[in-house]
Design a protein around this ligand. Structure first.
Ligand SMILES: [Cu+2]
Length: 342
């Protein structure tokens, strides 16, 4: 099996392709586990169920990495392939159809480098592990030096990519808080803002154009809609739920209106009037409902009438969670509650 090299002090063993592939799968599984551990906390804050899922995935991937490295068996390889394929499929579901369970169910999340990388590792395991289990790869032997180089490079690649993805993810988090692009879209005047707002979406905000709901940090905004305009005004409604520490809505902007204010309806005697608020507290673990007859977002000085079927973009700015861009559908007045009151 092994050749004695004349006058060599270190004897490298030849590695068959089956063994090399198994070690590669083990490395990939460790990479995916590290990523899942890294995002465990933020998901746990959102909902314990999400935290449990990421925690369980991470530990299973780590345990599997150890098990196949120690004593690879056909069953173990196939189990790992099936498990990783399931996790990758769930990821794809949350990025396309929506999150299946929990407080953010139905929300679509934007794919970031970190989760795409973890899913890439999982798909690679799902492809390579069955090949090792079912083909006779042990008949193919790599020369010791080649095996060392290939596996060394694989280990370095997994370590570097995983580390880069963690740095990338923490930078994105910081960017939210410092609100890096305030200047560009803070103004509400006219031309050029469509483009700026659009680019912002693509970069770092989770939006789903069909359903007017989205998530930023600990906050989930759902059921957002705007009523068709009366004159140059329109009102927008939504529910803002907070799954973490308390936050505050400090501002709303829209490129569809010259001015956007946070309003409250108050009834005094026989008359109801609207008062502008300078912010809206979102309680920790609670939610605030903006609905006809109460709180609403007031769009003033509309650039054009809003008709049912239109969609406008509204950007909410929270003290802690940062900015959240929403694509909000316009509903007919008759189709909304409140009998026309703001
Ligand atoms: Cu109002």
């Amino acid at each position: 099996m092994t050749m004695a090299l004349p006058s060599a002090s270190v004897r490298l063993e030849a590695v068959d392709l089956r063994r090399a592939g198994t070690i590669a799968c083990s490395l990939l599984s460790i990479g995916a586990a590290v990523i899942h551990f890294a995002v465990l906390g933020e998901h746990w804050q959102e909902w314990w169920g999400y935290g449990l899922f990421f925690g369980a995935s991470a530990w299973l991937q780590l345990a599997w990495a150890a098990a196949v490295a120690w004593r690879p068996s056909r069953t173990m390889l196939l189990l790992g392939a099936a498990g990783n394929l399931t996790i990758a499929a769930l990821w794809l579901l949350t990025r396309t159809a929506g999150i299946p369970l929990g407080p953010a169910s139905g929300e679509t999340q934007a794919a970031a480098f970190i989760d795409t990388l973890a899913s890439g590792f999982e798909v690679a395991i799902a492809l390579v592990a069955p090949a090792i289990a079912l083909a006779h790869l042990e008949r193919i032997t790599l020369r010791p030096a080649l095996a060392a180089v290939v596996l060394g490079l694989a280990a370095v690649a997994v370590a570097v990519l995983t580390t880069v993805s963690l740095v990338d993810a923490s930078e994105a988090g910081g960017g939210h808080e410092s609100g890096g692009h305030d200047e560009e879209s803070a103004g509400t005047d006219g031309a050029g803002h469509d483009e700026a707002a659009g680019a912002e979406h693509d970069q770092d905000h989770e939006t789903s154009p069909a359903a007017a709901s989205a998530r930023v940090g600990n906050l989930v905004v759902s059921g957002a809609y705007v009523r068709e305009s009366t004159g140059e005004e329109a009102t927008a409604y939504m529910t803002i739920a907070d799954f973490g520490a308390k936050d505050r809505l400090v501002r709303a902007t829209s490129d569809a209106a010259a001015d956007v204010q946070i309003h409250e309806n108050r009834v005094e005697g026989a008359t109801a009037s609207m008062f502008p608020l300078d912010g809206l507290d979102i309680p920790a673990g609670g939610s605030v409902e903006l609905k006809p007859g109460g709180l609403h977002i007031m769009l003033l000085g509309l650039r054009q009438p809003l008709e049912p079927g239109d969609t406008i973009s509204i950007t909410l700015e929270f003290q802690t969670a940062g900015r959240l861009a929403l694509e909000v559908p316009v509903r007919a007045l008759a189709a909304t509650e409140g009998g026309g009151q703001p």
